[in-house]
Design a protein around this ligand. Structure first.
Ligand code: FAD
Length: 392
């Protein structure tokens, strides 16, 4: 019997596994896909993640690409302004590389992984959990559901209900290798670009460059509430055309195939993220930030908090594991509460988003606050209060 089984080797699962193995728990990770595995993503990582992952300079240099120091924001009518900062706003990563490095950390602390082995069923008994895959039945004392938005663990244990189409976002994203020269020619000043849509949601283009390894790519995506999308391929094509029109993409570029992916990033987590002998972390629990869709940071935070709770409770009953929910609420509840207000306001005021953004054109403090909001800075409540008084 394992102490803990973790379903899913994304950032949430591997962070939980690393922190548990380090504390002496026997940990088995079951991952549906062969590893290393890729994941459709923008690959935007805010600086606070650096403190959470404990990597040395060499590893950071290898895996953290292109520090971004500014954002160009476009309204639906393509009115735009650019916010620049001295401090780094974000780094670019490639998910295959980043996620594999996190998995390697977990394995070096003593966790084990079975790749290409999906969890098919979870049965919680009084004294243990039975975890079934096509190849095997495993037993453990507790299971962590880190198996993404469509979590099998959440479904089998009924910790939370399934998401409805108005609770999730559908994204379409492509990541295309390009010559480094193209990045220098088209995207000066270390900028990323965000486009707000009239129908809700936002699109992006995110250039990434790795100076050391002579690699570069552009990450292009569109995203919108699933229930509002009529034709996601068309949305993506229109975004690409817009980018060409405003000279953010060369006419002749051949883009990599785009991939669709859903995730619950509109409301924050549902009411319950724990049950008898089970915890949900990362996207399985709906932890992606509902301010800017950032889910890697919150997966890592909840993975870490899950490990801390597991190692500090007397038993794995629902009553004891409530400490996990209390812990993530202390750190993240303000962010989700602000995100909810923001989502409601954006839905209501979609027609006036042009006007809202125009108000910020010459307002340096307002722009700085918007950046802080998007990267979930630590004075979030204050920042949001200031912006709301100005803009809403
Ligand atoms: C298009 C797009 C762009 C995004 N851009 C960003 C961004 O730029 N920055 C950011 O911070 N966040 C971004 N996000 C969100 C981010 O990708 C997720 O929030 C993050 O990956 C969550 O990590 P996780 O470990 O919870 O889940 P995941 O990374 O999804 O990992 C879950 C793992 O579980 C495995 N799995 C699934 N089912 C099973 C099963 N039954 N048994 C075993 N294993 C299973 C999967 O194969 C996967 O490896 C984006 C999301 C999308 C869709």
């Amino acid at each position: 019997m394992h102490d803990i089984i973790v379903a899913g080797a994304g950032p949430g699962g591997t962070t939980a596994a690393k922190n548990l193995a380090r504390r002496g728990f026997s940990v088995l990770i079951l991952e549906k896909n062969p590893i290393p595995r890729d994941k459709p993503c923008g690959g935007w990582i805010t600086p606070s993640v650096l403190e959470l992952i404990e990597w040395d300079e060499k590893k950071l240099d290898e895996i953290f690409w292109s520090p971004i120091k500014g954002l160009s924001i476009y309204s639906p009518s393509l009115f735009s302004f650019t916010m620049k900062r001295e401090k780094i706003l974000s780094y670019g990563i490639l998910r295959e590389q980043f996620d594999h490095a996190l998995l390697t950390d977990a394995l070096s602390e003593g966790a084990t992984v079975n790749a290409d082995e999906a969890v098919k069923n979870v049965i919680v008994k009084d004294e243990k959990v039975i975890v079934q895959t096509k190849k095997n039945d495993y037993t453990c004392r507790l299971i962590i559901g880190a198996d993404g938005t469509r979590s099998k663990v959440a479904e089998c244990t009924k910790v939370r209900p399934a998401w409805t189409s108005s609770e999730i976002v559908l994204d379409l994203v492509s990541e295309t290798k390009v010559p480094k020269k193209m990045i220098r020619d088209f995207y000066k000043d270390d900028l990323a670009f965000i486009f707000y849509n009239k129908g809700g949601g936002y699109n992006w283009i995110y250039p990434k460059i790795n100076q050391k390894y002579d690699d570069a790519c552009v990450n292009i995506g569109v995203g919108c509430q699933l229930s509002k999308i009529k034709n996601s391929r068309q949305m993506y094509q229109e975004h690409v055309q817009n980018l060409k029109q405003i000279n953010l993409l060369p006419e002749s570029i051949t883009l990599a195939k785009s991939t669709g992916w859903t995730y619950a990033t509109l409301l924050g987590p549902k009411k319950r993220t724990y049950g008898d002998r089970v915890l949900l972390v990362g996207d399985a629990g709906g932890f992606s930030s509902n301010i800017a869709g950032e889910g890697i940071r919150t997966a890592i935070i909840t993975g870490k908090l899950a490990a801390e709770s597991i190692s500090s409770v007397p038993d794995f009953s629902k009553t004891s594991l409530k400490s996990y929910e209390k812990a993530w609420k202390r750190l993240l509840k303000t962010e989700y509460d602000i995100g909810k207000v923001l989502q409601q306001t954006l839905t209501r005021e979609m027609d006036s988003i042009d006007n809202i953004l125009k108000k910020l054109r010459d307002d340096i403090q307002g722009q700085e606050d918007l950046v802080k909001l998007l990267i979930a800075s630590d004075d979030l409540a204050e920042v949001f209060g200031r912006l709301a008084r100005k803009l809403l």
